[in-house]
Write a protein that binds this ligand. Structure first.
Ligand code: UD1
Ligand code: CA
Length: 456
């Protein structure tokens, strides 16, 4: 017996009004289909089959890393027709779980509860009660309370339309039963589609019990049909992320104004996050870290006792313990700061290491550089790392002091404890311990007069 999960993802998604296939739209930077896939991956020993159709090649290309079998549904003739496309991959003794590619927030817990209800004699169906059931298939129960059938909204009588318990579309059933029923579906209904939901009545007629379980929260089974629903589920997802962060001891200035579009490899204690902070990729954050407002942190490591002030972008970088960054700093890929480094406003650092205790406090560009410990880099310093064709390194040794407004023309090395006079353009290596400067001598002209405006 194998569990086969069918993810139905062939629908067009007309109401998204998009050139992109619906299942490639994203929540927290992950496509809808990826969300469904990731959740189904949590179920052990599960073979996943994706039914794709509309924009299929792009879907397959974008998600080529998924460990699934792709089955094309050339024409979208309904959910039952979609399942029929996978008939050849379903064995009689399989258990088949049906998920929707556009229902991204379903949890493993709900799937587990559903699967507990499948047997030779029962079909498991996930339902939900909605205050506004418009558009959904209604769960019609008999006088004893057993499910008798599902009636699609467009086919429902006025009486049936009052039913608030609706079909989520998510179900699980034995392979032999499903194969038998989907072969017999027809499309004599309001939408002239082959409805998967018609298998419910067939099951009941054969004496199979429909065992329902409910999703914990309606949001879990909401589908994405338009951009409004997409943004609603994004907020639902983000609030859940914020809850998780607070549960593990993170202080959030406002749980409604934080976005986590990735994962945390580790999170320390007493992290405090101000409003409008975005986390992307996989981040590691240490203890006692404060993160200022409007900051983006992507794929980075932030060690203990770090202070990140407002409006910083930290992208594929490492910030060592006790360091202070920002406000308005940009750490680009391979910026690697050791302990107690200070990076101030309007400083950009790329592919550079900065050793312990060094300071770059104002208005500087540091690229392709190796900076020693205890270095002080004055305002407006630029490592000129690029000649228009190739990139070159700048090395600044321990204890050096770089005066403001210095250009360091790489490749170049500034010696240990060397001092560079402000306003210098350094083109040659400078010796340890000495003052180097390149600057036109200052002159003053006695008796010089300012020009006067000519009479017209
Ligand atoms: C379906 C259910 C309805 C349920 C609702 C829950 C049927 C007949 N109706 O209705 O009872 O309340 O979902 O959201 O099943 N798809 C394909 N190929 C097709 C048609 C659809 O792959 O030919 C996929 C879609 O991409 C989507 C899913 O199946 O992921 C559901 O299709 P959709 O057209 O949205 O079904 P609903 O009319 O919403
Ligand atoms: Ca739908």
């Amino acid at each position: 017996m194998t569990l086969k999960t069918l993810i139905l993802a062939a629908g067009q998604g007309t109401r998204m009004r998009s050139a992109r296939p619906k299942v490639l739209h994203e929540i927290a930077k992950r496509s809808l289909l990826q969300h469904v896939y990731d959740t189904s991956q949590l179920i052990i020993g599960n073979e996943i089959i994706v039914i794709y159709g509309h924009g299929g090649e792009l879907v397959k290309q974008t998600l080529s890393g998924l460990d699934v079998q792709w089955i094309e549904q050339k024409e979208q003739l309904g959910t039952g027709h979609a399942v029929l496309q996978a008939d050849g991959l379903i064995n009689n003794d399989d258990i088949v779980l049906i998920l929707y590619g556009d229902v991204p927030l379903l949890t493993k817990q709900s799937i587990d509860r559903l699967l507990a209800n499948v047997s030779e004699q029962s079909l498991a169906l996930l339902t939900v009660n909605l205050n506004d059931p418009t558009g959904y298939g209604r769960i019609v129960r008999n006088s004893q309370g057993y499910v008798a059938k599902i009636t699609e909204h467009k086919d429902a009588t006025e009486q049936e339309q009052l039913i608030k318990e609706v079909n989520t579309g998510i179900l699980a059933v034995k392979g032999n039963k499903l194969k038998n029923w989907i072969a017999r579906l027809d499309n004599s209904n309001a939408q002239q589609e082959f409805y998967l939901t018609d298998v419910i009545e067939m099951a009941v007629n054969e004496g199979i019990t429909i065992k329902t379980s409910q999703a914990e929260h309606p949001d879990e089974v909401l589908g994405v049909n338009n951009r409004k629903q997409l943004s609603h589920l994004e907020r639902v997802y983000q609030l859940a992320q914020a809850d998780k962060l607070m549960e593990v001891g993170v202080t959030l200035a406002d749980p409604a104004r934080i976005d986590c579009r990735g994962t945390f490899i580790s999170l320390g204690q007493d992290i405090s996050v101000d409003i409008n902070v975005i986390f992307e990729g996989s981040n590691r954050i240490g203890n006692n870290v404060t993160i200022g407002a409007n900051t983006i942190i992507n794929n980075s490591v932030i060690a203990d006792n770090v202070q990140i002030l407002a409006n910083c972008i930290i992208d594929n970088a490492v910030v060592g313990a006790g360091s202070k960054v920002g406000p308005f700093a940009r750490l680009r890929p391979q910026a690697d700061l050791a302990e107690h480094v200070h990076i101030g406003n309007f400083v950009e650092i790329k592919k550079s290491t900065v050793a312990k205790g060094s300071k770059i406090n104002h208005l500087s560009y540091i690229g392709d550089a190796t900076i020693g410990s205890g270095v002080n880099i004055g305002a407006g310093t630029i490592t000129c790392n690029y000649d228009g064709v190739n990139k070159f390194r700048t090395i600044i040794k321990d204890g050096a002091f770089i005066g403001s407004d210095t250009q360091l023309i790489a490749p170049v090395t500034v010696g240990k404890n060397a001092t560079i006079g402000a306003g210098s353009t350094i083109t040659k290596d400078t010796p340890d311990e000495q003052l180097s400067l390149s600057r036109a001598k200052q002159i003053s002209i006695q008796g010089w007069q300012r020009p006067v405006k000519k009479e017209q």
